[in-house]
Design a protein around this ligand. Sequence first.
Ligand SMILES: NC(=O)c1ccc[n+]([C@@H]2O[C@H](COP(=O)([O-])OP(=O)(O)OC[C@H]3O[C@@H](n4cnc5c(N)ncnc54)[C@H](OP(=O)(O)O)[C@@H]3O)[C@@H](O)[C@H]2O)c1
Ligand SMILES: *[C@@H]1O[C@H](CO)[C@@H](O)[C@H](O)[C@H]1NC(C)=O
Length: 272
Amino acid sequence: MSAYKSFAVIGAGTIGLPIVEALVARSASVVLFSRPGSTKKTIPSGVPVIEVDFTDVPALSAALQEHKVDMVLCTVSITGLDVQTALVDAAKFAGVKLFAPSEYGFPTEGQTEGAMAVQLGIPTVQFYTGLFIEGIPRVTGYSEHGKIRIVGEGEKFASFTAISDVAGFVAYVLTALPPAELENREFRMEGERVRMKDLGKIFNTTVEHLDPVPKEKADLRTLLLEVLNSGMGSTGWDVINNREGSGADGAGSANGLWPGHQWKSIKEVLKL
Ligand SMILES: NC(=O)c1ccc[n+]([C@@H]2O[C@H](COP(=O)([O-])OP(=O)(O)OC[C@H]3O[C@@H](n4cnc5c(N)ncnc54)[C@H](OP(=O)(O)O)[C@@H]3O)[C@@H](O)[C@H]2O)c1
Ligand SMILES: *[C@@H]1O[C@H](CO)[C@@H](O)[C@H](O)[C@H]1NC(C)=O
């Protein structure tokens, strides 16, 4: 049984809200931090919403202390990642025991952003998910033109996971595993593993190959497609050694920690 009793989720977005719901479903005590004036969302009843500026360290740490929070999950958008420094400071000040930076994507181990909290001296836990399955139609352009547009040949395997599986896994391990199995750990989950070029079969449509774009000209979608074409889209990717990892560091190595769970496939989630 986990030693963490009270969780704070920071930012009520695409992954933050499902994590709040999944923690509530595991009977955990959760508070949600949201910015003053941000759009109202449907929050599970019984979850206090604390409106606070994510850069206001004294206000953040006071709220964390008031709710006796021992674990913080930062789920702010990529555009808001700057606030993580203030959140870590507040968490440390409030005696929070574990901090999950806003990852939920491709492995970042060894990169300064994801490792930031480790450097700042608070135990962290990182969740690598690959691309959310729900995002495939938008990232490939399928939702616009019915084709799968990829960058490059699409020969490398990439990881895809349903948002509900990501949230369910996070809530499960945080409420089931002891701190020693969570502190300074990376969890590499994977709902389905496919090569980008094989998405055509899954969607029953044509795959079109785009040329790589110079970095400074690439938009977020193109950057994602380049990662997915490169091998780095696998949750088993070893960032430091630039190769696919194996065993305990391999893609989907965390899946088995959620006993009996059936991970959803791309076809299932997108009803293809
Ligand atoms: N693997 C994937 O396919 C995938 C897809 C999407 C996201 N992600 C990752 O998941 C994490 C969360 O992304 P998301 O899509 O869930 O984010 P999101 O829904 O766009 O935003 C989450 C919350 O961040 C807060 N926020 C937004 N702008 C902010 C700013 N400028 N400063 C401070 N806070 C701000 C807001 O909180 P309030 O509304 O509560 O104020 C917002 O609801 C990111 O690290 C992202 O990279 C991964
Ligand atoms: C795949 O698409 C073709 C048309 O391009 C259609 O004839 C066929 O029935 C589709 N197959 C499935 C399994 O939907």
